[in-house]
Design a binder for this molecule. Structure first.
Ligand SMILES: [Zn+2]
Length: 60
C-alpha cells in the first residue's frame, strides 16, 4: 500500500513528495480525508478555499 501524503500549501492528497497541483512540499503528517466532487455545492470546499479533488482537513 502506498502511503498518502498531503500538500502543506494547498492540502491536496498525493503520493508524490511534491504537490502535482501547486508544486509545494508534501507531508505524511496529516489528518482528515475530504473528497470534493462539486466545490460550488460543498460548504467544506468553500471554507477551505479548495478546488475539486482529494484534500486533507488538517496538515501539520
Ligand atoms: Zn499543493
Amino acid at each position: 500500500m502506498t502511503e498518502l501524503r498531503a500538500c502543506r500549501n494547498c492540502r491536496a492528497i498525493t503520493t508524490e513528495e511534491r504537490c502535482p497541483i501547486c508544486g509545494g512540499e508534501t507531508t505524511d503528517q496529516w489528518q482528515g480525508y475530504v473528497f470534493i466532487l462539486n466545490k460550488d455545492k460543498s460548504r467544506i470546499a468553500q471554507e477551505m478555499g479548495a478546488d475539486n479533488g482529494e484534500f486533507a482537513l488538517r496538515v501539520r
